[in-house]
Write a protein that binds this ligand. Structure first.
Ligand code: DGY
Length: 325
């Protein structure tokens, strides 16, 4: 049987050519993923899928009887029904590590932009409001020397904390399922209850994965614990935060500002109240979106698929044991 790889994610021509050295590739990079009968027909014959946007549902899997491997071009796999894939013997792979530093850069860009009011003051200049010397109405809050509260201290969280502690002399608090003694030594980070972190931090940055337990981890009660001068940053997943509660909290000025890369509904609906709020910096889910990192993520997805199809262990499997079984 011909081994076919269906590609509907942003991989390069070079990576397509790499796969074609050994496998047959159905290239749907430039085609819509929704309502595309040609794509559904290709999926029905695919052995592997490199995915950047096709919704994977049990119904779609029913129509993909030969599918054995899915490589998502993302580290997060909350959009995938992992148990269902395992039950069907389908391997899921993701792209950890290669995006850690870039995503941490984005987190820190939001910390700095929201803390120092970069986007808001950019608008101030462009709109012609800079008519005389600036005063307290344009002042921001310091970043260096302040307290950074990390909710989640996995790979990306640790990279954000490292920037804060080593680059900006920040004190780091963190709440995380497990304690991280090595980061406590390296960064002087202090493990604490989330309620303590929320009350003490000047900058709160969320990097936990989206799982059942983290849906709306941050709601009205958590936001109410924050300082009125605090800056709230989310680079994990939108559903980790109760967005309506966040809007209400920001309208009251507690926390004072936010930097958001992720939202409960993406793309952010045009009527979202966040769009009209000056104390919020908004990004279109671009945590890992640099040329270098997106290329590295695509390469990881390609390598995961090629290795799995060649009978080797892929670099970053999500459910390897179930696949083997
Ligand atoms: C990821 O890889 O999960 C990032 O959020 C980009 O989608």
């Amino acid at each position: 049987m011909m081994v076919r790889i269906l590609v509907c994610g942003a991989v390069s021509d070079r990576q397509i050519a790499q796969m074609r050295e050994t496998f047959s590739v159905d290239d749907f990079r430039d085609e819509p993923v929704n309502d595309n009968p040609r794509l559904e027909a290709a999926l029905a014959e695919a052995t592997a899928l490199i995915n950047g946007g096709l919704a994977i549902t049990p119904e779609r899997l029913d129509r993909a009887p030969t599918l054995r491997v899915i490589a998502t071009i993302s580290v997060g796999y909350d959009a995938y029904p992992v148990d269902e894939l395992s039950r069907r013997g389908i391997l899921l792979c993701n792209t950890p590590d290669v995006l850690t530093e870039t995503t941490a850069d984005t987190g820190f860009a939001l910390i700095m932009a929201a803390g120092r009011r970069v986007a808001e003051l950019d608008r101030f200049v462009r709109q012609g409001d800079w008519k005389s010397g600036i005063g307290p109405a344009q002042f921001a809050v310091d970043i260096h020397g302040k307290t950074l509260g990390m909710i989640g201290l996995g790979r990306i969280g640790a990279a954000v904390a490292r920037r804060g502690a080593l680059g900006f002399g920040m004190s780091v608090l963190y709440s995380n399922a497990s304690q991280k003694p090595e980061l406590e030594t390296e960064l002087g980070a202090r493990h604490c209850e989330m309620s303590v972190l929320l009350a003490e931090a000047d900058y709160v940055c969320v990097t936990v994965p989206l799982v059942e337990e983290t849906v709306h981890l941050i709601g009205a009660a958590e936001l109410a614990r924050m300082k009125s001068t605090a800056v709230f940053v989310n680079i994990s997943r939108g559903k980790v935060v109760d967005e309506a509660a966040l809007v209400a909290a920001l309208q009251k000025g507690q926390p004072g500002a936010a930097g958001l890369d992720v939202f409960e509904t993406e793309p952010l609906p045009a009527d979202s109240p966040l769009i009209g709020m000056d104390n919020v910096v908004l990004l279109p889910h671009v945590g890992s979106a640099t040329h270098e990192t997106r290329d590295a993520m695509a390469q990881r997805a390609v390598d995961n698929v090629c290795q799995a199809l060649s009978g080797e262990s892929p670099i970053s499997p999500v459910n390897l044991e179930s696949w083997r079984r």
